[in-house]
Design a protein around this ligand. Structure first.
Ligand code: PNS
Length: 165
């Protein structure tokens, strides 16, 4: 059985993430979408909120599980019995960092393979940071995030804009 981990910050999930979840679910027997609990970053959404949004978006996929993790990804992959890490690649600019991550993860455990999925070209410009920047400056993020979590994301953006004004 092929078990793949799709790790990330997902702060918040974008249409680009959803596209990778959809495609990965058709390639692997099981996909574990997992949110990194990263104490070094100040997120817009809590871990619980990010997990909840991922669960809403992936509720129609029988082979997708949503989870969170701390520490090294490779340790987490071992715990989950996963032999694959799946990552989305948007542009050459992603490549250098992702290449470095793939190599260090292989050095830590060569039994776990990192596999990249090229982004759908419609989403090549898209990232969680872009969503936050557009939203927090009052722009329309309707086409950037999944419809089913749009209201949740907009509520937090409005709260943050109000708190900042
Ligand atoms: O969505 P992001 O922020 O680009 O995701 C980055 C993530 C979570 C995939 C990456 O930071 C990660 O795997 N962190 C876990 C720590 C780790 O294993 N680092 C690699 C060895 S230094």
């Amino acid at each position: 059985m092929s078990i793949a981990i799709y790790p990330g910050s997902f702060d918040p999930i974008t249409n680009g993430h959803k596209d990778i979840i959809d495609r990965a679910s058709r390639v692997f027997d099981k996909v574990v979408v997992s949110v990194l609990e990263n104490p070094r970053k100040v997120p817009l959404f809590s871990i619980e909120e990010r997990v909840e949004m991922l669960k809403i978006v992936s509720q129609n996929y029988d082979n997708v599980e949503v989870d969170s993790f701390q520490g090294l990804l490779i340790e987490y992959a071992r715990q989950k019995n996963a032999k694959i890490i799946v990552k989305g690649l948007r542009a050459i600019s992603d490549f250098e960092f992702e290449f470095q991550m793939a190599l260090i993860n292989r050095k830590l455990d060569s039994r776990v393979e990192t596999m990249f999925m090229m982004t759908n070209s419609r989403y090549s410009y898209l990232s969680s940071s872009i969503v936050k920047e557009v939203g927090l400056f009052g722009g329309d993020i309707c086409e950037l995030v999944p419809n089913e979590v749009y209201n949740i994301i907009m509520r937090r953006i409005r709260e943050t804009r109000t708190a900042q004004s």
